[in-house]
Design a protein around this ligand. Sequence first.
Ligand code: ARG
Ligand code: GLU
Length: 676
Amino acid sequence: MKKLILAIVLCFTFAGVRADEGMWLPSLIGSRINDMRQKGFKLSAEDIYSVNKASMKDAVVLFGSGCTGEYVSDQGLLLTNHHCGYGAIQKLSAVEHDYLTDGFWAMSREEELPCEGLSVRRLVRMEDVTARVAAGESFDEIKKQAIDEGYSASIEQMYYGNQQFLFVYEIFTDVRLVAAPPSSIGKFGGDTDNWIWPRHTGDFSIFRVYAGKDNKPAKYSKENQPYRPARHLRISTKGVKEGDFTMIYGYPANTQEYVISDAVEYVAEVSNPMKIALRTERLDIISAAQEQDPAIRIQYAAKHAGIANAWKKWQGEALGIKRLGTIEKKRAYEKEFAAWAADKPEYAHLLDSMHAAYNVVREWYYMGELYAETGKTIELCAMANVLHTAKMRYDNLPENFKKLYVSYNVDVDRALAKAVLKGFERYCPAEKYPAALRAEIGKYGGTVDAYVDYIYDNSHATSFEKAAAATKEQMETDPAMRLFEIFTFDKKMYRNMSNAPEVERWYRTFMKALREWDKERAFYPDANFTLRVAYGSVAGYEYADGEYHNPVSTLDGIIEKDNPNIYDYNIPQVLRDIYAAKDYGRWGEKVNGRYTVPVAFIATNHTSGGNSGSPVINGKGELIGINFDRTWRSTMSDIEFDPSICRNISVDIRFVLFVIDRVGGAGYLLEEMDLR
Ligand code: ARG
Ligand code: GLU
């Protein structure tokens, strides 16, 4: 009896934890709602997504080209991450008003700054159009109604082409910057803490969306009015504790949970190690230059961050896959599948076909990735190409091409070019090595170093002045231009190797078979930058043997890390003063016995890149945080989700409010929010 009870308990615990995996389509969330309610969600499926009435989905937007954002007032006030607004904030900054370093706080609507090129998309509706596609309707016909209504539309594949969904969007382009904390808060911890828990980053920024008088999208105009979203999120100031229900509503971009062992092996043993090693060399070169020269530190800060972000993620991913034994597990799963499929003509030889397709695709896909991590990263070549195109259009190179050189140092770039071309030589199979590259190197010095020196000594693209003085013909035959052409890859690259058509066609059948065979598995379509719901709970975890990580971090942790001599940890003086005076106002509270301000928390939601800026919502549908990261050892969740270790990282909404109020002195913004 005892054993039976234990078995039942274990079974339930397991099932309960398992269900935190998944990124669900909002229009189908009805299938999960019972599970969600059991875990603490108090609202209905219609509250999350509805086409007939305002629902939570109207408060969630796709922000820019890769993030999520959420409305927090009926006046179009929008929250997202600092790292999502970073590009827009950088564009608005100049030496005399450096909003990245100092932060920005609009004290009235008039002070808000239009962000050219930034857009925000709201999902109007989504619709399963599989039957219409099967009946022969073309994508254009299916999209027509939405486009006639003035919306934009796209059709996305789910389950590798087993289902098609229509997504109808409303795109707003008058988006204005309202506030950003200084980077010493918004990017606190920098790349050192990136992908790490415990974390203390105030990773938020605030925008406002404007619309025409009819509340519809309109081009920027002074006459535009704050957009009135059909729904905005109320904010809970009650705080979070371990075990609380959490839901993430946003736009994850890319997961591959159903791929077979061939693909996992490629990621963990071929692709990631190659990309990591090549990026390590680039990062070392950039870091060394940054230490020598403060100007270079600034010039290369964003580039360093960009290169380091994926670099660190891949390391965690490869480690996570190893730790979970994902490859072996997948092989065993495939063996069981093959046994089941053996007497089914449609499926019997499926795995063989997949292995064969991978053997073909892997060869060129690897080369595409190698190109992308080596020759294609050489900035001089990319600039030569831009300048060459410009020379065809303009007689005199417009002044704004000077921008190309603002964050550029030719010596650093030269060193990087040498490193990546040598890296290319190391990682490129001899028979695939481009003959043109061999010829160029032979002609100009015989070694990579000599060849690169030749390019950098003779190119017209190394400065604006030289480029401006060059003729069309000179630009056309520029040595950097020739190298650019050598590294033009002749095949289309896909989201993942498994999305290459030669492989993907088999996945269509494989997914169908899996759903017939593995009846216990809860299937959800892989992330593809469409709106999803993930749910879980606030939870710490065992990081290593005997090392438990609490789910909540506080201001005290910021003060412990504070160090004026370390760029990533140098906080603004005002924060030190507030801490010294314990002057937290309404935002102070006791956490683990200390009077402090909560900063960030981790939870078990299944998230991915693109979920940055996503609202973290409690059981009552209120905003409790903004998602911005995962722990690096849990990044293998893009391939296998492990509920015991996978944690997403969010900034606590109370820290956001505290910074707006006490650091920014922009407490007036709280008045238009719905604080509960
Ligand atoms: N790791 C997060 C993401 O994948 C945050 C990246 C931005 N922050 C940074 N320190 N580079 O996008
Ligand atoms: N920081 C990521 C983003 O920009 C989210 C982290 C993740 O990959 O989960 O979307």
